[in-house]
Design a protein around this ligand. Sequence first.
Ligand code: BEZ
Ligand code: FE
Length: 300
Amino acid sequence: MTPEPAAPADELFSEERSAEVVAESFAGTPDPRLRQVMTSLVRHLHDFVKDVELTEAEWEAAVDFLTRTGQTCTPTRQEFILLSDVLGVSMLVETINHRTGGTATESTVLGPFHMVASPARHLGDDIALDGKGTPCLVSGRVAGPDGEPLAGATVDVWQTNEDGFYDVQQPGIQPEGNLRGIFTTDEDGRFWFRSVVPRFYPIPDDGPVGRLLAATGRHPNRPAHLHFIAEAAGHRSVTTHVFVADSPYLDSDAVFGVKDSLVRETPEVDDPARAAELGLPNPFRTLTFDLSLLPSASDR
Ligand code: BEZ
Ligand code: FE
């Protein structure tokens, strides 16, 4: 059999034409979106390699880094998502896909510590089962875009304990379900529960991502926050946090999750009668976070 003639020289791989040639190899991808993504990925990746003139040793180090990142993943640890988080990619994807145009509560990263089946709680319950931390009344209202109360909405919340760990990071040390729960709003769309003031904490930094942060002089900390997922029938759900206004690291969150609209003060209340009514020690702190959801019809 006669071998096929080689492509003309100006269609073969060269330093100048590398992106074009490789992108062209994906031209026959049947799924148009996959074709668009792969073509763009190749162009940006080749631009990057040329921009920094990647050495062979650096390429090997990158392959080794990605291999170790994969090897660090377990059923309870997702090092690749953590890598995406510290590179700001998770926040960018989240922000692009949940644009509100300023008309609803802004979203932020989900993070790895959400539990699909969190315990159902009653309004007013205390979620701080380990008895540590500064007592705090968390309350708010879930409403639609015109301020109409969303009764029966669910508010799924989770936060770290005073030592900076989620319950799922410390099985056998923290009580199961510590500092998490799902509340249902009352007829005025309101929710309230007892907890403790959240505190800042480091993301898991004992793996390749932590070593990347250390090598680049970055700290692994997230400012104090309480996670929320609010859901209501007929509305787009929102995955977000409320951040504590006087927390360290508000301006240097390791995963870039802070948005100005999500920061709240935690003023102290000194009112023995109110504290007794709520079942809190006096004085106590308060954290108020109202959420506004868009109707599902405005889904893009
Ligand atoms: C979190 O807030 O729980 C979180 C987010 C991203 C990476 C690690 C933790
Ligand atoms: Fe968190």
